[in-house]
Write a protein that binds this ligand. Structure first.
Ligand code: KG4
Ligand code: ZN
Length: 335
């Protein structure tokens, strides 16, 4: 049987990434050029800086992805690309590069939703079994997504304000941690105790929605108040208390959703899915659901990368969902 080889592009935020993926389940190469250092001194991603870096990096990323995979353009079956959601200028670089390669080499073009890509990072662990529920937690999104069958995504709950990763980054800044702060806050949290008991917003209501801005404000007010009276708070305990509040809400809502939507699989994906506290807590919660398997995106594929776009693109390929030269970036794309 002929190999299906997809050249995949991801450039929605601050990683320029190109991958070659075989049959939607094997990574032949996954080049990720991160720009984090350039954005750190601004405390977050600067869209203009991101676009410039993507332009500078993308051609080298394509060359490296092909050579590392030991394939040429002639071996490819299709080109997949993130076309939203994300920063418009950043997305446009990937979309333009993908359209150019598709046109020059007469290959089908597959538009991929970045969030579908995050979910499909889990495909590198095991096949997705439907129906499935995904807890999607990233720097820009916090969503519970119901997947009835391949190619179908229905948001059943989402954040009403800050995304979980965004809250991590903002409270991290108050602790003097560089952007993106999630990984370091996670590390500190394991060294401390939940002594501050921050609020768990919307934890007990009936919706599957989330809210993290109240928690973020409570955290920042606590630290500022201590500063004003010359008191120094324990950083590990602050981190542990913040993380416990986030994990409690994410886990409680996910359990409630699993009760309301019987599924075969729970998928954990997105940058915040790398969080050890969250992975451990959901593993424990899942013992209540012996018929549900827990598919965690591999930690190294939780952040933005093109391999996940190749896996999601393969599903679209099989469903004959192709784009054309008119494909444009859609910064606020939804499922
Ligand atoms: O999915 P992603 O790479 O980019 C977006 O599409 O947003 O997610 C990045 C987010 C950042 O906010 C970062 O702080 C957070 O993921 N993050 C974590 C951890 N590792 C990364 N948050 C909590 N715990 C972690 N271990
Ligand atoms: Zn992402």
């Amino acid at each position: 049987m002929e190999r299906n080889l997809i050249l995949a592009f991801e450039s929605s935020c601050d990683e320029t990434s190109v991958a070659v993926v075989e049959d939607g389940k094997t990574i032949l190469s996954n080049i990720v050029a991160t720009q984090i250092k350039s954005h750190q001194r601004f405390g977050g991603v600067v869209p203009e800086v991101a676009s410039r870096h993507h332009i500078e990096q993308i051609t080298a990323c394509i060359d490296l992805a092909l050579s590392e995979a030991q394939v040429t353009y002639d071996d490819l079956s299709a080109v997949a690309v993130t076309y939203g959601p994300g920063l418009v200028g950043a997305l446009l670089i990937g979309v333009t590069a993908a359209k150019t390669v598709a046109y020059a080499h007469q290959l089908p073009l597959i538009p991929v939703n970045h969030m579908a890509g995050h979910i499909y990072a889990a495909r590198y662990v095991a096949p997705i079994e439907f129906p499935a529920l995904a807890l999607l937690v990233s720097g820009g999104h916090t969503e519970l997504v119901y997947l009835a069958e391949p190619g179908q995504f229905e948001i059943i709950g989402e954040t009403r304000d800050d995304a979980a990763g965004e809250a991590y980054d903002k409270i991290g800044r108050v602790l003097g941690i560089n952007y993106p702060a999630g990984k370091e806050v996670d590390r500190l949290a394991h060294l401390g105790k939940d002594n501050f008991h921050f609020p768990r917003a919307m934890d007990k209501d009936d919706s599957f929605d989330f809210s993290f801005s109240g928690l973020k404000s409570a955290f920042i007010n606590t630290v500022h108040h201590a500063d004003q009276i010359g008191e120094t708070l324990n950083r590990e305990d602050l981190a542990a208390s913040f993380q416990q509040a986030v994990v409690d809400v994410l886990a409680d809502k996910t359990v409630r959703a699993l009760k309301a939507f019987p599924v075969k699989q729970l998928i954990l994906a997105g940058g915040v899915a790398a969080n050890q506290g969250l992975r451990d807590r959901l593993t424990t919660e899942l013992t209540q659901f012996p018929d549900v398997t827990f598919l965690k995106a591999p930690i190294k594929l939780c952040g933005d990368n093109a391999a996940m776009i190749g896996a999601a693109g393969y599903v679209s390929y099989q469903l004959n969902q192709f784009g054309d030269a008119g494909l444009n970036a859609d910064p606020s794309l939804e499922f």
